[in-house]
Write a protein that binds this ligand. Sequence first.
Ligand SMILES: Nc1ncnc2c1ncn2[C@@H]1O[C@H](COP(=O)(O)OP(=O)(O)O)[C@@H](O)[C@H]1O
Ligand SMILES: [Mg+2]
Length: 233
Amino acid sequence: MTTSPILTMENVTRLHTDGPRTIAALDNVSLSVAPGELVAVMGPSGSGKSTLLNVAGTLDTPNHGHIIINGRDTAGLSRTERAAIRRRDVGFVFQHYNLVPTLTVAENVALPLELDNVPRREARAAALAALEGIDQADLADRFPAEISGGQAQRVAIARALVGERSLLLADEPTGALDTTTAESVMALLRSRIDAGAAGLLVTHEPRFAAYADRTVWLRDGQLVQPHAGSDAR
Ligand SMILES: Nc1ncnc2c1ncn2[C@@H]1O[C@H](COP(=O)(O)OP(=O)(O)O)[C@@H](O)[C@H]1O
Ligand SMILES: [Mg+2]
């Protein structure tokens, strides 16, 4: 049985102009991620990793090529339609958790649903279920300032996956965490992928890339094969 990919990137190029120069932050990148698959993205600083995630999640728009999410080509969609895809299909986890300090943990997790006009009571129930799913239900009524960095990053993963979101995009999610906490955040991410989501994980660390099913390498905006004797490990 073959399953269709959740994310397909076809010949994606993203150009930036820097004075007289044009930089290809992404240069003809093609990549597919299936349900249950986590792909690690590695490469030097400035190689295009964050651009890849932002374009994959429609936060940024390519100059050429196609981004197809759950069978829908995002090229030609309006800003409003792309925003709806970001709310319903895509969850982002960044190095800084971006929890809203004035909302409780449960309210933070419910926020994407409420922005999508899900009734408040239903949004809260979904948020509590998502928190339960990561064993953090007891944090529901605390504020971000009252929880640890590791707890906040787990909450960010719950928020990224609340509702039916199937594409998880994590840009160095463990960057601000100690090793033990980072390992538990990675195990959580892995378990959400095993439950059927698809994911892209940007990381500098081979031990976190080891949680992925495969690793792709970026250099100057292009996917490359790692060469023998590289300093990657
Ligand atoms: N908004 C922007 N304007 C101009 N150049 C940019 C912009 N965003 C990224 N770049 C350039 O694109 C390249 C890739 O950046 P980025 O995706 O942030 O790399 P990484 O995440 O691997 O460090 C870099 O050369 C960066 O300077
Ligand atoms: Mg980056």
